[in-house]
Design a protein around this ligand. Sequence first.
Ligand code: SAM
Ligand code: SF4
Length: 338
Amino acid sequence: MHGGPLVDRQERTVRYLRVSLTDRCNYRCTYCMPERGLEYGPRSEVLSLEEVVRLCEAFARWGVERVRLTGGEPTLRRGLVELVAQLSTIPTARGTLEVVMTTNGERLEALAPALWRAGLRGLTVSLDSLEPERFARITRRGTLRRVLAGVEAARRGGPVKLNTVALAGFNDDELAEITRWAWERDVVPRFIELMPMASGELFVPGELMAAAEIRDRVAQGLDLRLRPDDGAGVAGAGPATYWRAEGGRFRGRRLGTIAAMTEHFCERCNRLRVSATGRLHACLARDETGDLRAALRSSDPDRLEAVVRSALGTKRDGHGFNIDGSGGPSKAMVSIGG
Ligand code: SAM
Ligand code: SF4
């Protein structure tokens, strides 16, 4: 095994790893998790925190600089704060591993201070509506008040972004208001196009809003223009493109759009994903996986790297998502974490 950077077939270098800590969730967002829930195997199938640390150490040796913890809902995982503290000390070429997290925010009010103290460098909170009843309807379990309190607590300790899935007929009339709410709190809003995961089962044709339409709605609602921006200082290693407000009281503020469906970003993809059970997913939109758990639990020291390098060979140039909801993977978003 050669131990150098992870470069895929298209010469893209992997710098970013997303690690799901659990495929369980206290919410059941309508576009993410089937109402009936998922079937779960025995606990022993889930990577232990010690295995997650070993995995991240290996990826850091191969050039990964940033790890995003996700779920299901990562705050359900016991030992999360200690894990963040451990991961944040892993050496990389440029310092130490940058650890960030995506959460539904329900438990953040209590957890945020400890997470920042443990070395977390960024939080993204999902928020699809500022109206309590709508919020409860889309999450099927969530309480808006707790999430808003979570964002308030989080923003006192470090950089916070919002993730909003824009849905025609559901929250399209709120996109400007969500943007205003975020900007007034120094939070960066990001709007995501609906993706047809779970074999399209959770995808409602007609709900998809294109990123360009989303930006128009925000610009009209707040009476400003949005110009492309390089995202310096707010962009992570992710697929969002950033836009800057011109004119009006929010001049200079930025928002992101994540346009998996209408503005393909596969050519810029620099990440790999690990599920809670240790499956390595080269592409969000495909079902092929490698078995990291078996490699981590084997006595062969080269096996882990062999699985990872072989996954690089299956990373594709594009996804198969279609706007009628076909062409996506059979996995649900809850089981891979976005
Ligand atoms: N539970 C955490 C949360 O909600 O932020 C982390 C996992 S969640 C799967 C990560 C992100 O994926 C969320 O921002 C969510 O809105 C987004 N997401 C889930 N299903 C989606 C879908 N079908 N299309 C687009 N985004 C989706
Ligand atoms: Fe849970 Fe996040 Fe999926 Fe909602 S989007 S069901 S909070 S994993």
